[in-house]
Design a binder for this molecule. Structure first.
Ligand code: 13P
Ligand code: SF4
Length: 373
């Protein structure tokens, strides 16, 4: 086993305060050392055996280490976006889910499958959107807007979800908010300000916003992106909607992580500039071997980037911890059952809505008119 100590990084994030301001707060992330080749092969073999022995399945996000993406797929698990991770974990017969991603992903899995054991490689892997939206402060914001339907992004704690009417991920947010808007709902949106304003521009909904942001996507820069576009005039620009509006405005396609993958596969181009976490490059490149992918710039020449296009919390997931939690049952996610039951409501609504879209059924029928129960 490697005796190398993980590097602990200081991470700055935005915490909304009175009015529309934000203050900078600090969190930390612990990045595990990269195993040497022999150790890496041994860990992979051990994880394969343990998955079978423990009736467990791996569910990984596109931003985690390529080893955890590949191993999930090779062992019958899943690598995908946060929506499909939630659905897969709920529907898979395995009684243990090993969720590689950030904490809200493990919590969502547990809420949807309270009888299953949900393990995560590192329980301290968080998200700036979750950190920047504490349940008590969010609850006061909701109390101040009692006439609004509360729509929250998946990147939140169980307690924030428990205060919501609807949950969305970036792959279904527009459809759900549009359906609510068409039924007369005014929206309270949290926590990502950029995703919220993108949804508002797309749907015309009446929305008030929590002022949170993703430390990775908030750093993409439009001015530098324009310069990169000039260097690669044939390249199409793919942008995750957690990015600032001026970056989104330069996009040829805007989408969730799976939306970005779909666009790269289907668009008639061989070069792409990608504004999302660079963990995506693994899947983009392996699924599109003839195409070129460039990372969108995160900062100007003289500036320093906070995240440098890779989420420090997603980077906390490593092979050694996957093996360890499978071996010992450590790092289990627990959600208070009563809280989980309440938080499940908006998640179930989202999953029913997106299942209806998938099956070609009228999803809008699942949204009540304003005033209806
Ligand atoms: P997706 O839902 O697009 O996978 O995004 C999750 C996330 O954390 C993006 O930063
Ligand atoms: Fe949160 Fe951003 Fe990391 Fe996604 S990439 S988990 S939104 S901090």
């Amino acid at each position: 086993m490697s005796a190398v100590i993980p590097v602990v990084k200081d991470v700055e994030f935005d915490h909304p305060v009175e009015g529309s301001a934000c203050e900078t707060r600090h969190a930390w992330a612990r990045v595990p050392p990269e195993p040497a080749p022999a150790e890496r092969a041994a860990l992979k073999a051990r994880i394969r055996d343990l998955l079978k022995a423990r009736n467990a399945v791996m569910v990984s996000h596109y931003y985690v280490h390529p080893d955890l993406q590949d191993l999930a797929e090779e062992t019958g698990g899943l690598v995908s976006d946060s929506l499909e991770m939630a659905r897969f974990g709920r529907d898979h017969p395995a009684q243990t889910l090993v969720v590689s991603g950030v904490r809200f992903m493990g919590e969502t899995s547990k809420i949807l499958s309270p009888h299953k054991r949900v393990l995560m490689p590192d329980l301290d892997a968080t998200c700036s959107l979750d950190l920047g939206c504490p349940a008590d402060e969010f609850s006061a914001f909701c109390d101040a807007h009692p006439d609004r339907t509360v729509v929250v992004y998946a990147n939140t704690s169980a307690a924030v979800k428990a205060r919501a009417d609807w949950l969305v991920t970036s792959s279904c947010a527009i459809e759900i908010v549009r359906a609510l808007h068409e039924k007369g709902h005014k929206i309270l949106w949290a926590p990502d300000r950029h995703l919220g304003s993108y949804i508002q521009r797309e749907t015309g909904a009446d929305m008030v916003f929590w002022n949170g942001s993703c430390i990775v996507h908030d750093e993409f820069k439009a001015f530098e992106l324009e310069a990169l576009k000039r260097e690669h005039p044939a390249a199409k620009v793919l942008v995750h909607p957690e990015s600032p509006a001026d970056v989104v405005a330069l996009a040829d396609a805007v989408g969730s992580t799976s939306g970005i993958l779909k666009a790269a596969r289907e668009m008639d181009a061989t070069e792409f500039i990608v504004a999302t976490d660079n963990g995506m490059m693994h899947k983009l490149r392996t699924l599109n071997p003839g195409k070129m992918f460039y990372e969108a710039p995160t900062a100007g020449n003289s500036a320093t980037c906070k995240s440098c296009a890779h989420c420090p919390w997603m980077a906390m997931n490593g092979l050694a911890d996957v093996a360890r939690v499978l071996e010992t049952g450590a790092n289990e996610i627990f959600v208070d059952p009563a809280l989980g039951e309440r938080a499940r409501l908006p998640i179930d609504r989202m999953l029913a809505f997106t299942a209806a879209i998938k099956d070609g059924r009228p999803a809008g029928a699942l949204v009540p008119n304003i005033g209806a129960a």
